[in-house]
Write a protein that binds this ligand. Structure first.
Ligand SMILES: Cc1cc2nc3c(=O)[nH]c(=O)nc-3n(C[C@H](O)[C@H](O)[C@H](O)COP(=O)(O)O)c2cc1C
Length: 218
């Protein structure tokens, strides 16, 4: 066990050149700063910067979390999609609130978003489903995500059948596929610093597209 402790302690944190974060010139809306940071992450070569941890509250108040891809960010909010009959889908329908966390290690940047979550109407969810590649649509059609898989051959068979259905009916939509929108109440931008004097800027919603900005202690 001592070896593991040594190994962990030896891993560098916030190594290399880090970007600066001038909070005084931060835009009025968090969406604009997110796009600035996302573009910088892409330019810096961060892989999958649109992947985020989605934290939900399960039955009995137990937290759960997993990575998902951010699909869109617009005036309505932060959008991601899931099968309604997956653990995360069930959590979100029973307790419609979530936290999103992005972390881009190359730049020591973290973004935290919190707020209520609403399922989008069926036609928007269907449009999201139909925009997915055939393989992803097939996997979603099977709909057993996170159930136990005693025999991997079952996955092969189910995938073949689902792909055949999709090829035969290209407009086929899984009704449980749901586009969710998180309407942010707070969005925090965190810039790591080698000297641990991290810079944190939190936006808090005060009305329709109106935000206050405040710095937080590291
Ligand atoms: C980078 C990354 C992106 C992912 N994107 C998705 C996604 O968009 N949709 C999805 O259902 N699962 C995605 N997954 C898998 C989920 O993290 C998770 O394992 C799966 O959705 C089951 O979660 P649940 O049991 O909480 O419902 C992704 C995983 C990683 C590592």
């Amino acid at each position: 066990m001592d070896d593991i402790r040594q190994l962990l302690r030896g891993i560098p944190v916030f190594d290399g050149e880090l970007p600066s974060f001038d909070v005084d010139s931060a835009p009025e809306r968090p969406g604009e700063l997110f796009v600035e940071w996302l573009t910088a992450a892409l330019d810096a070569g961060v892989r999958e910067p649109h992947a985020m941890t989605v934290s939900t509250i399960g039955s009995h108040g137990t937290p759960d979390a997993r990575m998902l891809i951010l699909k869109n960010l617009d005036a309505r909010g932060w959008q991601f999609a899931a099968h309604a009959d997956s653990p995360k889908g069930r959590d979100l329908i029973a307790t419609p609130t979530a936290a999103l966390t992005f972390y881009w290690p190359l730049q020591a940047r973290q973004i935290r978003v919190r707020g209520p979550v609403t399922p989008e109407p069926a036609e928007r969810s269907a449009a999201d489903f139909l925009a997915r590649p055939a393989g992803s649509r097939a996997e979603a059609s099977i709909g057993k995500q996170s159930q136990t898989l005693p025999d991997r051959n079952d996955l092969e068979t189910a995938t073949k059948q689902a792909l055949a259905t999709i090829e035969a009916t290209p407009g086929h939509v899984v009704p449980e596929w749901t586009l969710f929108t998180l309407d942010a109440t707070t969005v925090e931008f965190w810039q790591g610093d080698k000297a641990r004097k991290h810079t944190r800027l939190r936006y808090t919603a005060t009305g329709e597209d109106l935000w206050t900005r405040e710095e937080l202690w590291p």
